[in-house]
Write a protein that binds this ligand. Sequence first.
Ligand SMILES: N[C@H](C=O)CCC(=O)O
Length: 432
Amino acid sequence: MIEAWPKSAAAYAEAVKLMPGGVNSPVRAFKAVGLTPPFIQRGEGAYLYDIDGHRYIDYVASWGPLILGHRHPEVIAALENTLHTMGTSFGAPTELENELAREIIAAVPSIEMVRLVNSGTEATMSAIRLARGYTGREKVVKFAGCYHGHADYFLIQAGSGALTFGVPDSPGVPAATAANTIIAPYNDLDTVEAIFKQAGEEIAAVIVEPVAGNMGCVPPQPGFLEGLRAITKHYGTLLIFDEVMTGFRVAYGGAQGRFGVRPDLTCLGKIIGGGLPVGAYGGRREIMARVAPGGPVYQAGTLSGNPLAVSAGLATLKVLKEPGVYERLESLSARLEKGLKEAAGEAGVPVTFNRVGAMFTAFFTPRPVTDYTTATASDTKAFAAYFQAMLRRGIYLAPSQFEAAFMSLAHTEADIDRTVDAAREAFREIVA
Ligand SMILES: N[C@H](C=O)CCC(=O)O
């Protein structure tokens, strides 16, 4: 049992003087769980080590990219090789970029051409600009609780850190910009149909997380993605899947591979950079051909396609293509799901467990969680108590109820069983 984090507390006290909230991304501040964060010294496999000498079983995985675990030997070898034989960045084409583009196009069913960028936010921003440029329309439909990065027109009923900190509609977003974003409840096709009946000819794109991960993990109801595909096709609107989280995670071909629905554009990030900053957007050739310099829709980036991120991504995808990888992730995740459900049940804690493959969330509510309203009904105080109890037992969860957790290939059955034992105690502690 971990009792104290004196070195982390000192580091955090200094950090808050240097950076807003002491962090470079809000959720890292641990405010929603009533703690200050442990400062990380290093990662190894499924484990994180903090500067106070504690080890944690990590279910954050740097918010998803580290599906192989920390410091995977093949990723490290690829990075070392690139560093020693190539360098860090040229701002000029490399064959490595061709290789990653080929790999993405082969894997993701709807992508015929792809552009690499530096983050998921860049990918979604660029996809929206392209959709607007392609259709000549301005309005965009997004779903309450979905998070597509922090561009102005996405910070409207946004999930993730924005929801965690109670700013799903951020100050600083011009009203005129917000007016072009139309919000619908996730998994609610009737509302989407009604929106299209009213304004269908003005809507450039519907953007959706095909499995929502930024209000906690919320799977699409049967028919939801298919319905979006049919409606958007009917109105000449582009369907954009934000697969920054789900790409190469819920299946090698992402959610579109798993559910068999093809969007017009897809946004990627996280796993395709193997833990380095990356993003990508891609889709049908005739749409992507509108991107500069082939077409008029402008988008650029100094570090886009840099060899380090690309080689870490390629090494990661190479391992993910090995036989049995997704079956292994499924079996580990199912074992954890079963154990946590049993532990919560034994303690009498009402928990709803949502999971798609190796991404999942335990919501502190007895009712099904299918959208923003049902996700935000989760008892965040109970979650915070559970989070603290788990952290003290060496289990590192996302410090917010409104984030998905991630399994990696580095986790073992023993790690899962240790996590379930910790959860059994944690559930008992929070009802005591
Ligand atoms: N849900 C976010 C990204 O996917 C969490 C990362 C962050 O906000 O720092």
